[in-house]
Design a protein around this ligand. Structure first.
Ligand code: ZN
Length: 117
């Protein structure tokens, strides 16, 4: 989870993004903490939105997989495929799991803002 309080003085920390790493820097004292890219995933406070792209509503594997994903029945899923919309949103580590599931099942989707993981 995101840290936003300095462990040393209790003041607010700000996030400094650099290529390949993320650092947390206290806005009051000299405390700072650097993390790697994988930790960056867990410290990413962005809420990502996962939206369905064009999918084949006649492909039963896609319909089944999306039904498990959304908890909707097959009719509702076919409706969703014909009127694509946001199917999930959340922090990077949550979206990454969903992304893997969708990739494994050949479902086409789009994530905003840009998802770098
Ligand atoms: Zn501090």
């Amino acid at each position: 989870m995101a840290k936003n309080k300095c462990p040393k003085c209790g003041n607010t920390m700000k996030v400094v993004h650099e290529p390949g790493s993320v650092a947390w820097v206290c806005t009051y004292c000299d405390y700072s903490e650097a993390t790697t890219e994988s930790d960056a995933l867990h410290n990413d406070e962005t809420i990502y939105s996962l939206t369905l792209l064009d999918n084949d509503s006649t492909n039963l594997d896609v319909v089944k997989a999306l039904s498990r994903f959304t908890g909707l029945n097959f009719m509702q899923v076919k409706d969703l495929i014909n009127n694509p919309k946001e199917i999930a949103h959340g922090f990077a580590y949550e979206i990454l799991e969903k992304k893997k599931y969708l990739d494994d099942n050949g479902i086409r989707y789009h994530i905003t803002p840009y998802f770098k993981y």
